[in-house]
Design a protein around this ligand. Sequence first.
Ligand SMILES: Nc1ncnc2c1ncn2[C@@H]1O[C@H](COP(=O)(O)OP(=O)(O)OP(=O)(O)O)[C@@H](O)[C@H]1O
Length: 254
Amino acid sequence: MLKIKNLSKSFNAETENEINLFNNFNLTIEKNKCTAIIGPNGCGKSTLLNMICGSIAADRGQIYLNNNDISKLKEEQRSNNIGRVFQDPSMGVSPSLTILENMALADKKGEKFALKRLIKRNNIDKYKDLLMTLDLGLEDKLDTKVKFLSGGQRQSLSLIMAAMKHPDLLLLDEHTAALDPKTSNVIMKKTKELIKKYSMTTIMISHNMKDALEYSDRVIMLDKGEIVLDKPSREVSEKELMGIYIAKLNEFVA
Ligand SMILES: Nc1ncnc2c1ncn2[C@@H]1O[C@H](COP(=O)(O)OP(=O)(O)OP(=O)(O)O)[C@@H](O)[C@H]1O
């Protein structure tokens, strides 16, 4: 379970460009459930994920993961228990390393290791088995540098790597937004399968209302750093979400 208590964050404090994004923000994310976070551009979705994983510091407040206060931990320390897949297929993987080297790195997350001893021959079958589940033939390209893979292939690899150590929390930051509809669909299905298989508590940011409803247990809409809707996904329709979304966008334009 993830518990966020009284989180506050502003940017450019005490300047004319000050943005008070979160002000005493509270949220509890249930264990082993997938929660979708939606909301218009700039409402604070990525900033929230960045504060959870520690890539940006909150001004005030606490974050508890399975009752442990992680607020003061560095990003690397939090990454032992938090996996993340980004929108950009080049993030979350090391493009100049091979598929095999990337997977071995993900496998060693949180451990001290020597790079030259990174790859353990007896782990290769494990990596191949994981890649085989993607059905993209990547298991036969272990020595291919990741920069030569397509966006969809990289994103699939990134997902497998993020889930490899069965993190307590999986953060999906618009992870299919840069992909074509068919590949996006394949990756969403794979995501659902992995979340279920490894019982991962998941937060998924999406601008795709249909995916947000289909693949989550709960949907939360943010607007200007505040929760404006919070419902079980099965109790809300795409039409209802779009209605609120458009009303918020119109408020923004007005
Ligand atoms: N490092 C930063 N410095 C200054 N302002 C920032 C910084 N990071 C985010 N912001 C501002 O905070 C607000 C929220 O940004 P954020 O990226 O969290 O929104 P978002 O909901 O993820 O948007 P999108 O859907 O476009 O990805 C925006 O106004 C953004 O300009």
